[in-house]
Design a protein around this ligand. Structure first.
Ligand code: MSP
Length: 514
C-alpha cells in the first residue's frame, strides 16, 4: 500500500513580489515531493499566500485600492512563479479563501470555548514599523534598535492564547523527538529559546480600529485575529480540516520553512496550538538557510544588476533549479552570484551533460542507424564505468532521503564526467574508421554503454530537473521514470531503441541580459 506524504511550504507574505528566497523554498519542497512520488508515496504538496495584516492594509490605503486587489495581483505573481519553476504543488491556499476563514474561526471558537483564549488589557511598547509589541529587554544601549522605527507606549484590550502553560510539555516533546527538526542543530536553538525564560501568553488579536484586514474573531466581532493564528492554520485548512480528507493527510510529514520562522512561530506557537486543539503534531520541520543577496546582485565582472528570477526565462527552469540545489547545502546559507551561476551552467550542464547527450546522438545517427546497439564487449573500460555506477548509484537514494541534494548532484555529475571519460577512452569516432570486426564490437558496445549510463545518470536528476530528464529519457528511448523501483540497476533495456535527433540541451548564451 502506498504511504501518504503531506508536505507544505511556508505561505508567502502578500507584501511584495517573489524573490529568490521564495523560489528556492518552492524548488526544495518540489524536489522532496517529486522524489517521494518516485518512491511510490501518495503525495499532497501545498503552498500558498499569506494575505492579511497591517502591511497589506497600509499599502492598499496608500494606493487607494482594496487590499484584496493587491493580494489578487500578488497571488497571480506567486502562482506564476510556481508555473515558471515547474512546481508540482497539488493545491494553492490563499488565506482570504472562504475555506480558510471557516477553519480559523472554527479553531478560535473551539479554543475560546475550552478556556484557552482570554481577554486582557495589555500595556506596552509598540513598534509601528514592525507591527509588534516590544519589551524593554530589546533595547540596545538604552535605545530601541533602528529596525523598530517609532516605538510608542499603548494600552490596548486584546485576546490572548494561553501559551505559557505548555512550555514544559513542549520542551519534553522536542527533547524526546530528536528527528522532529532537520537539521538537528536547529533543535538546540529551539530548546535554548524555550529554556532561557518563561513564555508569555500570545496576543492573537487586533482591534478593528487598528486593523481591519484580517479574519474576524467569531466570539467578538470588534477584533480580527492576528498573523500567526491565521497563517499557521493554513496547513490544516489545506489538509481539509473538518472534512473526511483531513485524516487522510494529517499529520503533515514535512513543513518546509526558512530558518527565520522556526522560532517561535513554527516550533513554539504551532505545536502548542495543535496540542490545545488535540490535533496531532506535524512529524517534521525541514528548515533551510537563506540566500544572501536574494533580490539583486551586482555582477563583479560586468557591473550588471541581475534579478536571479530572470535567469529562469533566460536559461530555463531546470538550469535554475539545478543551480540553487547544487549550491545550497540545506540548512546553511548560500551566496547568490551570477558568476557562479554561469560557471555551473557552462561547465556542468552545457559541457558535461549537454555534450554527452549530443555526442551520443550524433554518433548513434552516424554509426548505428540511430539505434542503441547491443553490448558484446566487457573489458576494463566497461568494468570501470559499471564500478563507478555501483558506488554512486548506491548512495543516491540515501542522499535524497536525507536532503543532501547538493551532494547527490555532485555524485551524479561525477558519474556524468565518468561517462565522458569512458567515451574518450573508447573513442568510438576512431573505432568507426576501422574495418576490424573487433573494433566494430567495441564501437557498438561503447554507444550502448553511453546510453545506458546516461539513463542511469538522469533517473535521479528527475526531481531536480524534471523537463531535462524527461527530454533525455525520450532521446535515448527509455521508459518513463515515474517510479524509481528497479530504475537504478544497470541493464540492457535500451537495446534496439531509437535515439533522437541531435539536440542542444543547454544553448550557450552570448551573455545574460542585464
Ligand atoms: N508569511 C510568513 C510565513 C507564514 S507560514 C505559516 C513569511 N512569509 S515570507 O514571504 O516572508 O517568507 C516565506 C518563506 O520564504 C519563509 O520560509 C522564509 O524563510 C523564506 N525566505 C524569505 N527570504 C529568504 C531568503 N533570502 N532565502 C531563503 N529563504 C528565505 O515568513
Amino acid at each position: 500500500m502506498s504511504k501518504k506524504f503531506y508536505i507544505t511550504t511556508a505561505i508567502d507574505y502578500a507584501n511584495g513580489s517573489p524573490h529568490l528566497g521564495h523560489a528556492y523554498e518552492k524548488v526544495l519542497t518540489d524536489i522532496v515531493a517529486r522524489f517521494r512520488r518516485m518512491m511510490g508515496d501518495e503525495v499532497k504538496f501545498l503552498t500558498g499566500l499569506d494575505e492579511h495584516g497591517q502591511k497589506v492594509q497600509m499599502s492598499a490605503q496608500k494606493q487607494g485600492v482594496a487590499p484584496i486587489e493587491i493580494c489578487d495581483r500578488l497571488a497571480g505573481e506567486f502562482q506564476g512563479l510556481c508555473q515558471r519553476l515547474e512546481i508540482s504543488n497539488d493545491d494553492y491556499i490563499r488565506t482570504t479563501q472562504a475555506r480558510h476563514k471557516a477553519v480559523v474561526q472554527e479553531i478560535l471558537q473551539k479554543l475560546y470555548d475550552k478556556g484557552e483564549i482570554y481577554k486582557s488589557d495589555y500595556n506596552g511598547f509598540y513598534s509601528v514599523r514592525q507591527e509588534q509589541f516590544v519589551t524593554e529587554k530589546e533595547k540596545v544601549d538604552g535605545k530601541w534598535p533602528e529596525i523598530y522605527g517609532d516605538v510608542v507606549e499603548v494600552t490596548e484590550t486584546n485576546y490572548f492564547f494561553k501559551l505559557a502553560q505548555y512550555q514544559d510539555w513542549l520542551i519534553e516533546t522536542i527533547e524526546k523527538n530528536e528527528s522532529m527538526i532537520y537539521p538537528r542543530f536547529r533543535s538546540a536553538d529551539v530548546l535554548q529559546f524555550l529554556k532561557k525564560e518563561d513564555l508569555n501568553d500570545l496576543c492573537i488579536s487586533r482591534p478593528k480600529e487598528r486593523l481591519e484586514w484580517g479574519i474576524e474573531l467569531p466570539f467578538d466581532t470588534g477584533f480580527v485575529t492576528y498573523v500567526w493564528f491565521d497563517a499557521l492554520t493554513n496547513y490544516i485548512t489545506g489538509a481539509g480540516y473538518g472534512t473526511d480528507e483531513f485524516e487522510k493527510h494529517w499529520p503533515a510529514d514535512y513543513h518546509v520553512i526558512g530558518k527565520d520562522i522556526l522560532v517561535p512561530p513554527h516550533a513554539v506557537y504551532w505545536p502548542i496550538m495543535l496540542k490545545a486543539l488535540d490535533i496531532e503534531l506535524p512529524k517534521h520541520f525541514l528548515v533551510h538557510g537563506w540566500w544572501l543577496s536574494s533580490g539583486a546582485k551586482m555582477s563583479k565582472s560586468t557591473g550588471d544588476v541581475v534579478n536571479p528570477l530572470d535567469l529562469i526565462e533566460q536559461f530555463g527552469a531546470d538550469a535554475f533549479r539545478y543551480f540553487v540545489t547544487r549550491e545550497m547545502n540545506v540548512g546553511q546559507d548560500s551566496e547568490f552570484s551570477l558568476e557562479l551561476f554561469m560557471s555551473r551552467y557552462n561547465s556542468d550542464l552545457a559541457n558535461d551533460l549537454g555534450n554527452l547527450v549530443s555526442r551520443l546522438l550524433n554518433m548513434g545517427g552516424r554509426y548505428t542507424e540511430g539505434k542503441v546497439p547491443a553490448v558484446s564487449v566487457d573489458e576494463t573500460p566497461e568494468q570501470e564505468l559499471r564500478k563507478l555506477w555501483s558506488e554512486i548509484g548506491g548512495e543516491l537514494v540515501d542522499l535524497y532521503e536525507n536532503f543532501q541534494f547538493h551532494k547527490a548532484l555532485d555524485r551524479i555529475f561525477t558519474f556524468i564526467s565518468g561517462i565522458n571519460k569512458y567515451a574518450e577512452t573508447r573513442a568510438p569516432w576512431k573505432l568507426a574508421k576501422s574495418e576490424d570486426p573487433a573494433d566494430r564490437a567495441k564501437l557498438e558496445t561503447s554507444l550502448a554503454y553511453m546510453a545506458e549510463a546516461l539513463r542511469l545518470g538522469v533517473v535521479l536528476l528527475t526531481p531536480v530537473m524534471p523537463a531535462i530528464s524527461s527530454k533525455v529519457r525520450q532521446l535515448i528511448g527509455a521508459e518513463d521514470f515515474a517510479m524509481l523501483d528497479g530504475q537504478l540497476e544497470w541493464g540492457t533495456t535500451l537495446e534496439g531503441k531509437s535515439l533522437g535527433e541531435k539536440t542542444i540541451l543547454f544553448p550557450r548564451p552570448e551573455r545574460p541580459k542585464a
